[in-house]
Design a protein around this ligand. Structure first.
Ligand SMILES: [Zn+2]
Length: 230
C-alpha cells in the first residue's frame, strides 16, 4: 500500500534532521544565514525502499526564493528535493535554506555542500532500510531568477539571456525582445565551452556534478514567457 506513510515520523511531518545555522555572506551587506539539511537526510525520511524495485531513486531538485513577510525585504533561497514516483506519494523535503535581505554572495558558496553530497550519492548510492539504492538526479526545476543565479548566467532580461538558443535580444521601450526564433541552439557542449561568453557570468558549480549533467536540458523552467517581435 504505497499511499500509506512510511513511518509515524513521515505521517506527523516531524523531523530528526540535524543541522547547524552558519553565516554566509549575501550580495548586499554581507549578512546572511544558511542551514544545510542534506539530500540523504531527506531521502532517509521519506523513501520506502520496498517500492523501488528497480533499485533506483530519482530526485528532482526545486530552487526558489520566497519572501519571509509580505512587507519586508528579508527572503529565503530554498533548495528542496522531491522523489517523483507513480503514484505521487512523496512530499518535498528541504535540502538547504538561506535567509537574508539579498541572495547568497555567489551560487558557488550556496551550492558547495549540495554538489558535494549529490556527487557522493550518485556515485555510491544510499542504504535505506538495509537496502542499497542508486540515486539519480532527474531534473532541476527553477524560475528565471533562480535559473540564472544557479547556472551563473546573465539575468533573464539580458541581451544574451536565452537558455535554449544563442539569439541576440534587443531593447524595445525598456523591454528585451528576442526577434528571431531560429538562432543556433544552445547545447551542453556550447554551454560548457562558453561559446557565447556574453551568456555567462562565470563558471557554474553544476559543471562539477558527476556524471556530467546536460547543462541545458537538466534545467526545467516552471514558467515560460516568450516575447516575439512582430
Ligand atoms: Zn532561444
Amino acid at each position: 500500500m504505497p499511499n500509506l506513510p512510511k513511518s509515524s515520523k513521515t505521517f506527523l511531518g516531524t523531523s530528526q534532521a540535524r543541522y547547524e545555522v552558519e553565516q554566509m555572506k549575501n550580495n548586499i551587506d554581507g549578512k546572511g544565514t544558511f542551514a544545510y539539511f542534506g539530500i540523504a537526510n531527506g531521502l532517509q525520511r521519506c523513501v520506502n525502499e520496498k517500492l523501488h524495485k528497480n533499485g533506483i531513486i530519482e530526485i528532482r531538485i526545486h530552487a526558489d526564493e520566497a519572501p519571509v513577510t509580505k512587507s519586508g525585504t528579508e527572503h529565503l533561497w530554498i533548495l528542496a528535493g522531491k522523489v517523483p514516483f507513480d503514484p505521487d506519494i512523496y512530499k518535498p523535503f528541504e535540502i538547504a535554506i538561506y535567509d537574508s535581505e539579498g541572495k547568497p554572495k555567489t551560487a558557488e558558496i550556496f551550492l558547495r555542500r549540495f554538489i558535494r553530497e549529490l556527487n557522493i550519492l550518485q556515485q555510491d548510492g544510499i542504504y535505506i532500510g538495509g537496502k542499497h539504492l542508486g540515486v539519480t538526479l532527474k531534473c532541476i526545476v527553477v524560475d528565471t531568477p533562480a535559473w540564472a543565479f544557479l547556472k551563473n548566467t546573465v539575468g533573464h532580461t539580458a541581451i544574451f539571456a536565452c537558455e535554449r538558443c544563442s539569439v541576440t535580444g534587443e531593447k524595445v521601450e525598456g523591454t528585451t525582445v528576442y526577434p528571431s526564433t531560429n538562432a543556433e541552439e544552445r547545447t551542453d557542449d556550447s554551454f560548457r565551452g562558453f561559446q557565447q561568453p556574453e551568456h555567462h557570468h562565470g563558471t557554474s558549480a553544476f559543471l562539477r556534478v558527476v556524471p556530467f549533467l546536460n547543462m541545458v536540458a537538466i534545467f526545467v523552467l516552471d514558467l515560460c514567457i516568450f516575447v516575439v517581435k512582430e
